[in-house]
Design a protein around this ligand. Sequence first.
Ligand code: KG4
Ligand code: ZN
Length: 347
Amino acid sequence: MKENNKPINILGIETSCDETAAAVVADGRTIKSSVVASQTKLHEKYGGVVPELASRAHIEKIYPVIKEAMEQADVAKDDIDAIAIANQPGLTVALVVGVTAAKTLSFTWNKPLIAINHLHAHLQSAMLSEEQLELPAVALIVSGGHTCLYDYHSPLEPKLLGTTIDDAAGEAFDKVASILKLPYPGGPSIEKAAEKGNPDAIKFPRSMLGRDSLDFSFSGIKTAVLYYCRGQDMKGENKVDSMNAQQIADIAASFQAAVVDVLVKKTKRAAKKNKAKTILLGGGVAANNKLRTSLQQMCDSAVPPKKLMVAPKRYCTDNAVMVASLAYYKFRAGLFADLTLEPNATG
Ligand code: KG4
Ligand code: ZN
């Protein structure tokens, strides 16, 4: 709220990977609009995001997407208090499009500019759930590029507890889907195939990286699926072509169970270490029902039970609501960027 009791409206912009998104959010919670132009169709035939194609699509879509977000919210530039942009981490050629658009609007509309970390924004999307946050809290962010555990005290200072040392969980879903010849993006395809599969059919490895580690490693399980399909010497043909739907479903379900198992156990470990009362869950892989229900079971069976705050499904994958929502706290703290802001691929 501003001094005159008017809400603070922030225009958020997101272009870090393959979604061009803009949203207007008031006071960090009231979603006035959310527009997402997905590039899935564009990258589908390559089985992954092609940076140059992503960049070009962002350039084409950025203006219409922002315009639509303003129209849907029924606001004019005078109603906007700040422009927020996710400038890190992500693909440089994709980030630069949003950063340039945000800086241009900040300059021409004479509005403050707010720089947002994309992963912290994913974390903020869990705050959009209806639950009340009780501290201490631990957050699990699982996306296509990252798998991170945070110690969460305030929206502005999440402290990294652990991260992936190789593939991210979403990346493993995408790569295993490609081995199984399931459609891109892999996460939703694996989840769908797994519905009819037996999660105990194949015992894929669960990499825990030692007793106390809060880091993750998913490259081993991806390789295990590859060996399962191609034979240990990798000389055999990919057996996937001759497998029936049930066999594919069993691999998908067993793989999903192993990844979820590791994510839940590591989160439990972090929660125990930090004496967390609340668990936050966000990022693209947080859309996965098996992960959502398994974390809920872990929270319910804890003594005393923990509260789980999960990002609403439509705000799990990349969007600009999470960017505009987090920017509200930076606005209140007076944490502004200037026109020298650059994209930062590694964050
Ligand atoms: O957060 P996000 O949209 O983009 C990044 O910041 O990376 O996450 C995309 C990732 C992809 O790897 C996608 O396969 C995965 O999230 N994903 C899922 C599901 N929906 C999306 N993984 C598992 N189950 C899902 N239902
Ligand atoms: Zn993301």
